[in-house]
Design a protein around this ligand. Structure first.
Ligand code: EPU
Length: 420
Protein backbone atom coordinates (compact mmCIF):
# COMPACT_ATOMS: atom_id res chain seq x y z
CA UNK A 1 0.00 0.00 0.00
CA UNK A 2 1.35 3.46 -0.90
CA UNK A 3 2.43 5.89 1.79
CA UNK A 4 3.69 9.47 1.71
CA UNK A 5 6.89 10.39 3.52
CA UNK A 6 6.90 14.13 4.16
CA UNK A 7 9.99 15.93 5.43
CA UNK A 8 8.59 19.08 6.98
CA UNK A 9 9.91 22.59 7.34
CA UNK A 10 10.10 23.95 3.80
CA UNK A 11 8.22 27.02 2.53
CA UNK A 12 6.17 26.52 -0.61
CA UNK A 13 7.20 28.87 -3.44
CA UNK A 14 6.34 29.12 -7.12
CA UNK A 15 3.30 28.68 -9.30
CA UNK A 16 0.75 25.95 -9.74
CA UNK A 17 -1.97 24.92 -12.17
CA UNK A 18 -5.31 23.94 -10.66
CA UNK A 19 -6.86 20.64 -11.71
CA UNK A 20 -10.43 20.16 -12.88
CA UNK A 21 -13.01 19.86 -10.10
CA UNK A 22 -13.73 16.30 -8.98
CA UNK A 23 -17.18 17.18 -7.66
CA UNK A 24 -18.18 18.79 -10.91
CA UNK A 25 -16.58 16.19 -13.22
CA UNK A 26 -18.47 13.35 -11.48
CA UNK A 27 -22.02 14.63 -12.18
CA UNK A 28 -20.99 15.82 -15.65
CA UNK A 29 -19.75 12.31 -16.46
CA UNK A 30 -23.05 10.90 -15.13
CA UNK A 31 -24.97 13.37 -17.32
CA UNK A 32 -23.55 11.66 -20.42
CA UNK A 33 -26.12 8.89 -19.76
CA UNK A 34 -28.82 11.36 -20.84
CA UNK A 35 -27.35 11.64 -24.33
CA UNK A 36 -27.74 8.99 -27.03
CA UNK A 37 -24.65 10.30 -28.77
CA UNK A 38 -21.02 11.32 -28.21
CA UNK A 39 -19.89 14.19 -26.00
CA UNK A 40 -16.47 15.55 -25.11
CA UNK A 41 -15.57 16.44 -21.53
CA UNK A 42 -12.31 18.32 -20.99
CA UNK A 43 -10.16 19.14 -17.98
CA UNK A 44 -11.16 15.97 -16.13
CA UNK A 45 -8.88 15.43 -13.15
CA UNK A 46 -6.86 12.22 -13.04
CA UNK A 47 -8.27 10.76 -9.83
CA UNK A 48 -9.42 7.41 -8.49
CA UNK A 49 -13.03 8.61 -8.08
CA UNK A 50 -13.10 9.61 -11.74
CA UNK A 51 -11.76 6.18 -12.74
CA UNK A 52 -14.55 4.59 -10.69
CA UNK A 53 -17.22 6.68 -12.46
CA UNK A 54 -15.67 5.80 -15.84
CA UNK A 55 -15.72 2.09 -14.91
CA UNK A 56 -19.33 2.41 -13.80
CA UNK A 57 -20.40 4.00 -17.11
CA UNK A 58 -18.36 1.42 -19.07
CA UNK A 59 -20.04 -1.41 -17.14
CA UNK A 60 -23.35 -0.12 -18.48
CA UNK A 61 -22.10 -0.08 -22.07
CA UNK A 62 -20.71 3.45 -22.58
CA UNK A 63 -17.64 3.67 -24.85
CA UNK A 64 -14.83 6.07 -24.06
CA UNK A 65 -11.52 7.35 -25.30
CA UNK A 66 -9.26 9.47 -23.13
CA UNK A 67 -6.26 11.40 -24.43
CA UNK A 68 -3.11 12.40 -22.56
CA UNK A 69 -4.74 15.68 -21.40
CA UNK A 70 -7.57 13.70 -19.77
CA UNK A 71 -9.97 15.04 -22.38
CA UNK A 72 -12.58 12.36 -22.68
CA UNK A 73 -14.90 11.45 -25.52
CA UNK A 74 -17.81 9.45 -24.23
CA UNK A 75 -20.37 7.69 -26.38
CA UNK A 76 -23.47 6.51 -24.54
CA UNK A 77 -25.48 5.59 -27.64
CA UNK A 78 -25.04 1.85 -26.93
CA UNK A 79 -25.55 2.13 -23.21
CA UNK A 80 -28.02 -0.64 -22.46
CA UNK A 81 -27.61 -1.86 -18.91
CA UNK A 82 -29.16 0.54 -16.36
CA UNK A 83 -27.50 -1.20 -13.43
CA UNK A 84 -24.95 0.24 -10.98
CA UNK A 85 -23.39 -2.77 -9.30
CA UNK A 86 -22.48 -2.82 -5.61
CA UNK A 87 -18.83 -3.69 -6.36
CA UNK A 88 -18.39 -0.23 -7.92
CA UNK A 89 -20.87 1.78 -5.84
CA UNK A 90 -19.34 0.64 -2.55
CA UNK A 91 -16.05 2.32 -3.44
CA UNK A 92 -17.64 5.69 -4.20
CA UNK A 93 -20.86 7.17 -2.83
CA UNK A 94 -21.10 9.61 -5.74
CA UNK A 95 -22.16 6.59 -7.87
CA UNK A 96 -25.68 7.49 -6.73
CA UNK A 97 -25.43 10.28 -9.36
CA UNK A 98 -26.37 7.77 -12.08
CA UNK A 99 -29.84 7.20 -10.56
CA UNK A 100 -31.50 10.33 -12.00
CA UNK A 101 -30.05 10.07 -15.52
CA UNK A 102 -30.74 6.30 -15.78
CA UNK A 103 -34.36 6.73 -14.72
CA UNK A 104 -34.75 9.62 -17.07
CA UNK A 105 -33.40 7.76 -20.10
CA UNK A 106 -34.53 4.15 -19.46
CA UNK A 107 -37.53 4.71 -17.19
CA UNK A 108 -35.90 2.18 -14.90
CA UNK A 109 -32.70 1.76 -12.91
CA UNK A 110 -31.06 -0.48 -10.37
CA UNK A 111 -28.47 1.25 -8.24
CA UNK A 112 -26.78 -0.39 -5.27
CA UNK A 113 -27.28 1.43 -1.99
CA UNK A 114 -23.99 3.04 -1.00
CA UNK A 115 -22.69 1.69 2.30
CA UNK A 116 -21.36 3.46 5.37
CA UNK A 117 -18.88 6.24 5.12
CA UNK A 118 -16.02 7.59 7.21
CA UNK A 119 -17.62 11.03 7.60
CA UNK A 120 -21.09 10.05 8.85
CA UNK A 121 -24.05 7.86 7.98
CA UNK A 122 -24.76 9.79 4.73
CA UNK A 123 -28.17 8.39 3.77
CA UNK A 124 -29.63 8.71 0.25
CA UNK A 125 -33.28 9.18 1.33
CA UNK A 126 -33.45 12.62 -0.30
CA UNK A 127 -32.31 11.20 -3.67
CA UNK A 128 -35.01 8.52 -3.46
CA UNK A 129 -37.74 10.92 -2.32
CA UNK A 130 -37.11 13.30 -5.20
CA UNK A 131 -37.29 10.51 -7.81
CA UNK A 132 -40.65 9.48 -6.29
CA UNK A 133 -41.75 13.11 -6.60
CA UNK A 134 -41.08 12.83 -10.35
CA UNK A 135 -43.28 9.73 -10.65
CA UNK A 136 -40.84 6.87 -10.04
CA UNK A 137 -41.84 3.80 -8.05
CA UNK A 138 -38.98 2.76 -5.85
CA UNK A 139 -38.36 -0.39 -3.83
CA UNK A 140 -35.29 -1.28 -1.86
CA UNK A 141 -34.55 -4.94 -2.53
CA UNK A 142 -31.42 -6.89 -1.58
CA UNK A 143 -29.41 -3.73 -1.01
CA UNK A 144 -30.43 -2.20 -4.34
CA UNK A 145 -32.59 0.81 -5.19
CA UNK A 146 -34.97 -0.61 -7.82
CA UNK A 147 -36.67 2.29 -9.57
CA UNK A 148 -39.28 2.32 -12.32
CA UNK A 149 -41.27 5.04 -14.05
CA UNK A 150 -43.45 3.09 -16.48
CA UNK A 151 -44.48 6.05 -18.64
CA UNK A 152 -41.34 8.07 -18.02
CA UNK A 153 -40.57 10.71 -15.41
CA UNK A 154 -43.00 13.62 -15.07
CA UNK A 155 -42.16 17.11 -13.86
CA UNK A 156 -42.94 17.73 -10.20
CA UNK A 157 -42.15 19.94 -7.24
CA UNK A 158 -39.20 18.83 -5.17
CA UNK A 159 -38.64 20.49 -1.82
CA UNK A 160 -35.47 19.26 -0.14
CA UNK A 161 -35.73 19.22 3.66
CA UNK A 162 -31.93 19.49 3.79
CA UNK A 163 -29.57 21.07 1.28
CA UNK A 164 -27.96 18.22 -0.67
CA UNK A 165 -25.39 18.74 -3.41
CA UNK A 166 -25.56 15.41 -5.27
CA UNK A 167 -29.30 15.20 -4.47
CA UNK A 168 -29.83 18.50 -6.29
CA UNK A 169 -27.66 17.29 -9.18
CA UNK A 170 -29.62 14.03 -9.44
CA UNK A 171 -32.92 15.94 -9.40
CA UNK A 172 -31.71 18.29 -12.15
CA UNK A 173 -30.54 15.41 -14.35
CA UNK A 174 -33.84 13.57 -13.77
CA UNK A 175 -35.85 16.67 -14.64
CA UNK A 176 -34.04 17.47 -17.88
CA UNK A 177 -35.88 14.84 -19.96
CA UNK A 178 -39.01 14.59 -17.76
CA UNK A 179 -42.35 15.63 -19.24
CA UNK A 180 -43.29 19.15 -18.10
CA UNK A 181 -41.75 21.42 -15.51
CA UNK A 182 -39.76 20.41 -12.45
CA UNK A 183 -39.05 22.82 -9.62
CA UNK A 184 -36.45 22.27 -6.93
CA UNK A 185 -36.77 24.26 -3.69
CA UNK A 186 -33.99 24.48 -1.11
CA UNK A 187 -31.61 23.51 -3.92
CA UNK A 188 -27.85 23.41 -3.34
CA UNK A 189 -26.12 26.56 -4.65
CA UNK A 190 -22.63 25.02 -4.92
CA UNK A 191 -20.52 26.11 -7.92
CA UNK A 192 -20.30 22.45 -8.97
CA UNK A 193 -24.12 22.41 -9.39
CA UNK A 194 -23.80 25.55 -11.53
CA UNK A 195 -21.06 23.87 -13.60
CA UNK A 196 -23.26 20.80 -14.23
CA UNK A 197 -26.11 23.09 -15.33
CA UNK A 198 -23.78 24.98 -17.70
CA UNK A 199 -22.86 21.66 -19.33
CA UNK A 200 -26.49 20.49 -19.56
CA UNK A 201 -27.50 23.84 -21.01
CA UNK A 202 -24.83 23.42 -23.70
CA UNK A 203 -26.57 20.11 -24.47
CA UNK A 204 -29.86 21.95 -24.96
CA UNK A 205 -31.45 21.52 -21.51
CA UNK A 206 -33.80 24.27 -20.30
CA UNK A 207 -32.77 25.07 -16.74
CA UNK A 208 -33.20 28.32 -14.80
CA UNK A 209 -32.13 29.57 -11.37
CA UNK A 210 -28.95 27.54 -10.79
CA UNK A 211 -26.84 29.12 -8.06
CA UNK A 212 -30.02 30.11 -6.20
CA UNK A 213 -32.12 27.95 -3.90
CA UNK A 214 -34.91 27.58 -6.49
CA UNK A 215 -34.19 25.82 -9.76
CA UNK A 216 -36.72 25.32 -12.54
CA UNK A 217 -36.33 22.81 -15.36
CA UNK A 218 -38.51 22.59 -18.45
CA UNK A 219 -38.21 19.06 -19.79
CA UNK A 220 -37.01 18.62 -23.40
CA UNK A 221 -37.35 15.56 -25.67
CA UNK A 222 -33.66 14.94 -26.25
CA UNK A 223 -30.23 16.47 -25.64
CA UNK A 224 -27.54 17.26 -28.20
CA UNK A 225 -23.81 16.47 -28.21
CA UNK A 226 -21.56 19.09 -26.65
CA UNK A 227 -17.96 19.86 -25.81
CA UNK A 228 -17.52 21.01 -22.22
CA UNK A 229 -14.56 21.89 -20.02
CA UNK A 230 -14.91 21.22 -16.29
CA UNK A 231 -14.30 24.15 -13.91
CA UNK A 232 -11.20 24.29 -11.71
CA UNK A 233 -11.29 22.58 -8.32
CA UNK A 234 -11.95 25.22 -5.64
CA UNK A 235 -11.24 22.73 -2.82
CA UNK A 236 -7.91 21.70 -4.33
CA UNK A 237 -6.99 25.40 -4.70
CA UNK A 238 -8.16 26.13 -1.14
CA UNK A 239 -6.11 23.22 0.20
CA UNK A 240 -2.91 24.40 -1.51
CA UNK A 241 -3.46 28.02 -0.44
CA UNK A 242 -3.84 26.81 3.15
CA UNK A 243 -0.59 24.85 2.77
CA UNK A 244 1.17 28.02 1.54
CA UNK A 245 -0.21 29.98 4.51
CA UNK A 246 0.99 27.33 6.95
CA UNK A 247 4.49 27.05 5.42
CA UNK A 248 4.97 30.87 5.18
CA UNK A 249 5.31 30.59 1.43
CA UNK A 250 4.59 32.60 -1.70
CA UNK A 251 2.64 30.87 -4.47
CA UNK A 252 0.53 31.87 -7.48
CA UNK A 253 -2.26 29.60 -8.66
CA UNK A 254 -3.54 30.05 -12.21
CA UNK A 255 -7.32 29.90 -12.16
CA UNK A 256 -10.39 31.99 -12.86
CA UNK A 257 -12.31 31.22 -9.70
CA UNK A 258 -11.72 33.95 -7.09
CA UNK A 259 -15.44 34.65 -6.61
CA UNK A 260 -16.31 31.06 -5.63
CA UNK A 261 -13.30 31.01 -3.32
CA UNK A 262 -14.29 34.18 -1.46
CA UNK A 263 -15.17 32.58 1.89
CA UNK A 264 -11.97 30.56 1.95
CA UNK A 265 -9.83 33.54 0.91
CA UNK A 266 -11.47 35.70 3.60
CA UNK A 267 -10.51 33.16 6.26
CA UNK A 268 -6.93 32.94 4.95
CA UNK A 269 -6.74 36.75 5.14
CA UNK A 270 -7.83 36.56 8.80
CA UNK A 271 -5.01 34.03 9.28
CA UNK A 272 -2.68 36.80 8.06
CA UNK A 273 -2.11 35.88 4.42
CA UNK A 274 -1.54 38.61 1.87
CA UNK A 275 -3.71 37.74 -1.13
CA UNK A 276 -3.61 39.42 -4.54
CA UNK A 277 -6.06 38.57 -7.30
CA UNK A 278 -5.71 39.40 -10.99
CA UNK A 279 -6.96 37.98 -14.28
CA UNK A 280 -4.27 35.25 -14.17
CA UNK A 281 -5.36 33.91 -10.80
CA UNK A 282 -4.46 34.21 -7.12
CA UNK A 283 -1.17 34.98 -5.41
CA UNK A 284 -0.79 34.25 -1.70
CA UNK A 285 2.13 35.35 0.42
CA UNK A 286 2.58 34.70 4.12
CA UNK A 287 5.45 35.68 6.40
CA UNK A 288 4.32 35.03 9.98
CA UNK A 289 2.78 32.53 12.36
CA UNK A 290 -0.92 32.36 11.41
CA UNK A 291 -3.64 33.98 13.49
CA UNK A 292 -6.31 31.56 14.73
CA UNK A 293 -9.44 31.43 12.57
CA UNK A 294 -12.95 30.45 13.72
CA UNK A 295 -14.87 28.32 11.24
CA UNK A 296 -18.45 27.15 11.00
CA UNK A 297 -19.21 24.91 8.02
CA UNK A 298 -22.41 25.22 5.98
CA UNK A 299 -23.62 24.87 2.37
CA UNK A 300 -22.34 27.36 -0.24
CA UNK A 301 -21.81 30.32 -0.14
CA UNK A 302 -20.77 29.76 3.49
CA UNK A 303 -17.62 27.93 4.55
CA UNK A 304 -17.27 24.47 2.89
CA UNK A 305 -17.08 21.33 5.01
CA UNK A 306 -14.51 20.09 2.49
CA UNK A 307 -12.03 22.70 3.87
CA UNK A 308 -12.71 22.11 7.58
CA UNK A 309 -9.93 19.58 8.21
CA UNK A 310 -7.31 21.74 6.48
CA UNK A 311 -8.24 24.73 8.70
CA UNK A 312 -7.95 22.59 11.84
CA UNK A 313 -4.38 21.81 10.72
CA UNK A 314 -3.76 25.55 10.20
CA UNK A 315 -5.25 26.45 13.58
CA UNK A 316 -3.04 23.81 15.23
CA UNK A 317 0.03 25.96 14.51
CA UNK A 318 -1.63 29.36 15.02
CA UNK A 319 -0.89 31.82 17.81
CA UNK A 320 -4.11 31.52 19.82
CA UNK A 321 -7.40 29.78 20.40
CA UNK A 322 -10.01 28.93 17.79
CA UNK A 323 -13.25 27.06 17.40
CA UNK A 324 -14.24 24.96 14.37
CA UNK A 325 -17.89 23.86 14.11
CA UNK A 326 -18.90 21.11 11.66
CA UNK A 327 -22.55 21.52 10.70
CA UNK A 328 -22.80 19.45 7.50
CA UNK A 329 -21.60 15.95 8.43
CA UNK A 330 -22.05 14.23 11.75
CA UNK A 331 -18.65 12.62 12.09
CA UNK A 332 -16.06 14.52 10.14
CA UNK A 333 -13.32 14.85 12.77
CA UNK A 334 -11.31 11.67 12.19
CA UNK A 335 -8.21 13.79 11.48
CA UNK A 336 -8.29 15.32 14.95
CA UNK A 337 -6.85 12.29 16.77
CA UNK A 338 -4.06 12.07 14.21
CA UNK A 339 -3.26 15.80 14.50
CA UNK A 340 -3.14 15.39 18.29
CA UNK A 341 -0.53 12.65 17.76
CA UNK A 342 1.54 15.28 15.91
CA UNK A 343 1.36 17.69 18.84
CA UNK A 344 -1.93 19.45 18.02
CA UNK A 345 -3.77 20.76 21.05
CA UNK A 346 -7.38 20.01 20.10
CA UNK A 347 -10.43 19.14 22.19
CA UNK A 348 -13.60 17.76 20.62
CA UNK A 349 -17.03 18.42 22.07
CA UNK A 350 -19.93 17.26 19.92
CA UNK A 351 -19.65 18.94 16.53
CA UNK A 352 -17.09 21.50 17.73
CA UNK A 353 -13.30 21.36 17.84
CA UNK A 354 -11.57 23.71 20.27
CA UNK A 355 -8.00 24.32 19.22
CA UNK A 356 -5.16 26.00 21.04
CA UNK A 357 -2.40 26.76 18.57
CA UNK A 358 0.98 25.19 19.32
CA UNK A 359 3.42 27.91 18.31
CA UNK A 360 6.36 25.59 18.94
CA UNK A 361 5.07 23.71 15.90
CA UNK A 362 3.99 20.16 15.20
CA UNK A 363 6.19 17.08 15.39
CA UNK A 364 6.32 14.36 12.74
CA UNK A 365 4.61 11.04 13.47
CA UNK A 366 3.23 8.07 11.56
CA UNK A 367 -0.40 8.94 10.84
CA UNK A 368 -3.31 7.31 9.11
CA UNK A 369 -5.52 8.88 6.44
CA UNK A 370 -9.21 8.16 7.05
CA UNK A 371 -11.04 10.13 4.38
CA UNK A 372 -10.11 12.43 1.57
CA UNK A 373 -10.04 15.81 3.31
CA UNK A 374 -8.78 14.34 6.60
CA UNK A 375 -5.81 13.02 4.61
CA UNK A 376 -5.19 16.43 3.10
CA UNK A 377 -5.01 17.97 6.58
CA UNK A 378 -2.37 15.40 7.59
CA UNK A 379 -0.27 16.27 4.52
CA UNK A 380 -0.52 19.96 5.46
CA UNK A 381 0.52 19.15 9.03
CA UNK A 382 3.43 17.06 7.69
CA UNK A 383 4.64 20.02 5.59
CA UNK A 384 5.24 22.09 8.75
CA UNK A 385 6.12 19.35 11.27
CA UNK A 386 9.66 18.81 12.54
CA UNK A 387 10.97 15.53 11.13
CA UNK A 388 9.51 13.02 8.69
CA UNK A 389 5.76 12.34 8.76
CA UNK A 390 4.56 9.06 7.30
CA UNK A 391 0.97 9.21 6.01
CA UNK A 392 -0.56 5.76 5.58
CA UNK A 393 -3.63 4.74 3.52
CA UNK A 394 -3.15 7.51 1.00
CA UNK A 395 -5.56 5.91 -1.45
CA UNK A 396 -8.00 8.32 0.18
CA UNK A 397 -5.88 11.26 -1.08
CA UNK A 398 -5.64 9.77 -4.58
CA UNK A 399 -9.44 9.83 -4.76
CA UNK A 400 -9.46 13.62 -4.80
CA UNK A 401 -6.01 15.23 -5.22
CA UNK A 402 -4.27 14.83 -8.57
CA UNK A 403 -0.56 13.99 -8.14
CA UNK A 404 -0.45 15.73 -4.77
CA UNK A 405 3.22 14.96 -4.05
CA UNK A 406 4.33 16.05 -7.55
CA UNK A 407 2.43 19.34 -7.28
CA UNK A 408 3.75 20.11 -3.78
CA UNK A 409 7.32 19.04 -4.66
CA UNK A 410 7.26 21.46 -7.60
CA UNK A 411 6.68 24.17 -4.99
CA UNK A 412 9.67 23.02 -2.95
CA UNK A 413 8.15 20.42 -0.62
CA UNK A 414 9.99 17.20 0.11
CA UNK A 415 7.47 14.37 -0.26
CA UNK A 416 8.19 10.84 -1.36
CA UNK A 417 5.64 8.19 -2.30
CA UNK A 418 6.69 4.74 -1.17
CA UNK A 419 5.06 1.31 -1.47
CA UNK A 420 5.44 -0.93 1.57
N1 EPU B 1 -28.19 13.92 3.44
C1 EPU B 1 -29.28 13.22 3.89
N2 EPU B 1 -29.99 12.46 2.97
C2 EPU B 1 -29.64 12.41 1.65
C3 EPU B 1 -28.54 13.17 1.21
C4 EPU B 1 -27.83 13.92 2.13
O1 EPU B 1 -29.60 13.23 5.07
O2 EPU B 1 -30.33 11.73 0.89
C5 EPU B 1 -27.41 14.74 4.41
C6 EPU B 1 -25.97 14.23 4.52
O3 EPU B 1 -25.87 13.13 5.41
C7 EPU B 1 -25.24 15.46 5.01
C8 EPU B 1 -25.99 16.59 4.30
O4 EPU B 1 -27.25 16.04 3.91
O5 EPU B 1 -25.38 15.57 6.39
C9 EPU B 1 -25.31 17.17 3.09
O6 EPU B 1 -24.88 16.12 2.23
P1 EPU B 1 -24.85 16.27 0.65
O7 EPU B 1 -25.88 15.40 0.07
O8 EPU B 1 -24.84 17.70 0.26
O9 EPU B 1 -23.43 15.62 0.33
P2 EPU B 1 -23.08 14.86 -0.99
O10 EPU B 1 -23.86 15.41 -2.10
O11 EPU B 1 -23.13 13.39 -0.73
C10 EPU B 1 -21.19 16.44 -1.84
C11 EPU B 1 -19.74 16.31 -2.14
C12 EPU B 1 -18.97 16.15 -0.83
C13 EPU B 1 -19.23 17.39 0.02
C14 EPU B 1 -20.73 17.56 0.24
C15 EPU B 1 -21.10 18.83 0.99
C16 EPU B 1 -19.74 15.27 -4.30
C17 EPU B 1 -19.45 14.09 -5.15
N3 EPU B 1 -19.53 15.16 -3.00
O12 EPU B 1 -21.56 15.23 -1.17
O13 EPU B 1 -17.59 16.10 -1.16
O14 EPU B 1 -18.59 17.28 1.26
O15 EPU B 1 -21.43 17.59 -1.02
O16 EPU B 1 -20.64 19.94 0.34
O17 EPU B 1 -20.11 16.31 -4.82
C18 EPU B 1 -15.33 15.55 -0.82
O18 EPU B 1 -15.10 15.98 -1.96
O19 EPU B 1 -14.42 15.27 0.01
C19 EPU B 1 -16.71 15.35 -0.40
C20 EPU B 1 -17.06 14.56 0.62
Amino acid sequence: MDKLLISGGRSLEGSLRASGAKNSALPILASSILLKDKMTIRNIPHLNDITTMIELLSSMGAEMTVDENMDLEINSSNLENPLARYELVKTMRASILVLGPLLSRYHEAEVALPGGCAIGSRPVNLHIDCMRQLGAEIDIVDGYIKAKAKDGLKGGNINFSNVTVTGTENAIMAGVLAKGTTTISNAAKEPEVVDLVACLRKMGAKIFGEGTDRIEINGVNALEPCDYSVMADRIEIGTYLTAVTMTKGNVSIKCSLPSVLETILDKLKIAGANIQIDEEGINLEMDKIPNPVNISTAPFPLFPTDMQAQFIALNSISKGKSKVIENVFENRFMHVQELIRMGGNIRLEGNTAYIEGNTKGLIAAPVMATDLRASASLVLAGLVAKGQTKVDRIYHIDRGYERIEEKLNLLGANIERVSE
